[in-house]
Design a protein around this ligand. Sequence first.
Ligand SMILES: NC(=O)c1ccc[n+]([C@@H]2O[C@H](COP(=O)([O-])OP(=O)(O)OC[C@H]3O[C@@H](n4cnc5c(N)ncnc54)[C@H](O)[C@@H]3O)[C@@H](O)[C@H]2O)c1
Length: 253
Amino acid sequence: MRLDGKVAFITGAGMGVGRATCLLFAYEGARIVAVDINSEAGEETVHLVKKRGGKAIFVNCDVADEQEVKKAIETGVKAFGKLNILFNNAGVLWRDKDFEVTRTDEATWDKVMAINLKGTVWVCKYGIRELIKQGGGAIVNIGSGTALMGFTVAQDAYTASKGALASLTRSLAVVYAKDRVRANIIHPGPVDTPMQKEWDDETRQAISEWVPLGRLATAEDIACCGLFLASDESAYITGTELIVDGGIMAKGR
Ligand SMILES: NC(=O)c1ccc[n+]([C@@H]2O[C@H](COP(=O)([O-])OP(=O)(O)OC[C@H]3O[C@@H](n4cnc5c(N)ncnc54)[C@H](O)[C@@H]3O)[C@@H](O)[C@H]2O)c1
């Protein structure tokens, strides 16, 4: 029960890393505010949490919309009385329109930034004050290994949004340290989730061979690291970037 008594606000809760995090955090004693733009998926996550004896509510919210995020935070506080953890995980990777900059249109760029970067900004804007009311708390942002290295096949809006999240995380960590609010970011490598459903068997095999640990990450691999950063076990860690990529960065190309 490493999160006993805590309330966690988790975005992108409907599937992948978000769903795994909701299940793990609830197992560890947290009550969950599960936020997603996809109601069916988000409700299913809440159903799974409850089936295992946990407590959760679903809130439909587009994290790109400041007013919707404000309302979602209010709904979470109303339901469980407080917030202790902000887990900023909602993100999009649009391989069909997010390319290298010379081929990416402005609408795509702006929308990816609105979801991947500004979504976290809005959650922090309205959520940090709730953490402060509790005498502190933990922010866990989900970045990406793509923020740390270039690829010849690029999704530059995605990459830049994740790089900006890393900078934002450092700033949050320093500004709110006096309020005992910690902020850290996880940079996952390739994770086996619905986001990567386009990968065929051959691609999955090639990626697995490229990763020193020889496999894709599971959503649970990322959720476990999120648990550490959200719990008091990491009480002295803030402003850090945790690379969870099976050794890719250590190996280089
Ligand atoms: N899967 C990977 O290989 C990988 C690698 C590095 C980083 N990441 C990052 O991890 C995070 C989770 O990724 P995943 O693989 O679980 O993704 P996923 O696509 O499997 O799930 C993302 C969830 O976010 C929700 N979402 C999308 N847009 C939203 C919005 N505007 N408002 C609210 N919810 C929204 C979706 O409905 C979905 O439930 C993302 O930030 C992603 O960029 C993933």
